[in-house]
Design a protein around this ligand. Structure first.
Ligand SMILES: Nc1ncnc2c1ncn2[C@@H]1O[C@H](COP(=O)(O)OP(=O)(O)OP(=O)(O)O)[C@@H](O)[C@H]1O
Ligand SMILES: [Mg+2]
Length: 327
């Protein structure tokens, strides 16, 4: 759906050029929920503005649904933009319009006749659970309800991609969960691809299939989460499934074990003790359902009562049982 290659965006400022996005490459597959996770100032919004052609990159390429955005003329660009929906942290609703009026707006712009518009607005308000709020103005709605209107408006013209920039950052935790679950259910029901920008790991953990980790304008790591979580050296895994700090082990010899469904049924820890004569101390761990799979990471410290830990033997023992290991 989206392929970004060597994308760089430099802003000239009074104090010299600022590189907001630095040589970023990534791929978002059709129909997936793709998270872009990073701290404030990492370049997430700038990247998204390039993906939606609101910003022209300094260099690099952005392909969305087969179109190279950086070379499109303005007419084609407008057509491609109609295939994109966007929702924002502060909802950006029109205060003078009702919920229905806000949802209807993009359809009016596209010249959809009134009768069809009415039917589509009814369908959308139903989809986001706001059928009874048709005539309410934004000031009469809670934050979560406003974002539901935002989602309905973004989906009005059947976009291929829904972009969300910190869409839940102004909401409390339980409303955040409801909105995320709504996005997930819409993604499953309609197949719309979702690109979700956030600084909250919980957002990525809850609904994303894939993610990119951004820092200082670059993508540090990206890919399907099921794959990232089982890569022992993954920084995304350290953020989403923190297994405890290495400094918990004074000897500095702790290891991280990665469990997936195939490996979790084996009594691996007792096996290390019984079969390899090792003492095992558990230092920390987490198990979560991520990208539809149960994945666990466990930091343990191994020692042998009399001799050395045979790292090769440990590695083989765990690999045979489907457990990933980072020694
Ligand atoms: N129009 C602009 N002119 C100059 N510098 C900019 C501009 N827009 C963004 N930047 C700079 O680019 C960097 C990345 O900003 P960006 O808004 O993309 O970060 P972000 O990851 O979205 O942060 P946040 O989580 O706070 O929204 C920052 O250093 C920012 O100051
Ligand atoms: Mg931002």
């Amino acid at each position: 759906m989206i392929t970004v290659s060597n994308l760089t965006k430099v802003y000239p400022t009074a104090r010299g050029p600022v590189t907001a996005v630095n040589n970023v490459s990534l791929k978002v597959a059709d129909g997936e929920i793709f998270g872009i996770l990073g701290r404030s100032g990492a370049g997430k919004t700038t990247l998204m503005r390039c993906l939606t052609a609101l910003e022209r990159p300094t260099s690099g390429s952005v392909m969305v649904a087969g179109h190279e955005l950086t070379t499109l003329n303005s007419l084609t660009l407008r057509q491609v933009r109609h295939r994109m929906g966007m929702i924002f942290q502060h909802f950006n609703l029109m205060a003078g319009r009702t919920a229905a009026g806000n949802v209807s707006f993009p359809l009016e712009i596209q010249g959809v006749p009134a009768e069809k518009r009415h039917a589509r607005v009814a369908e959308l308000l139903e989809m986001v659970g706001l059928s009874d709020r048709w005539d309410n103005h934004p000031a009469q709605l809670s934050g979560g309800q406003k974002q539901r209107v935002g989602i309905a408006r973004a989906l009005a013209a059947h976009p291929d991609v829904l972009f969300c920039d910190e869409a839940t950052s102004a909401l409390d935790p339980s409303t955040t969960e409801q909105i995320l679950d709504l996005v997930k259910s819409i993604n499953e029901a309609t197949g719309v691809t979702v690109v979700l920008i956030t600084h909250e790991s919980e957002v990525v953990r809850r609904i994303c299939d894939s993610a990119a980790l951004m820092a200082d304008g670059t993508v540090v790591e990206s890919g399907p989460l099921a794959e990232r979580m089982t890569d022992p050296g993954s920084q995304l895994a350290d953020i989403l499934l923190p297994a405890g700090d290495p400094s918990l082990d004074p000897a500095g010899r702790s290891i991280v074990l990665t469990f997936t469904e195939s490996g979790t049924s084996e009594p691996v820890i007792s096996g290390l003790t019984r079969d390899l004569d090792l003492d095992v101390s558990i230092l920390g761990g987490a198990i979560e359902s991520i990208a539809g799979r149960q994945i666990g990471r466990l930091r343990v410290s191994l020692s042998h009562p009399t001799g050395m830990v045979d790292e090769g033997a440990v590695r083989r023992y765990l690999a045979q049982r489907g457990v990933g290991v980072h020694l």
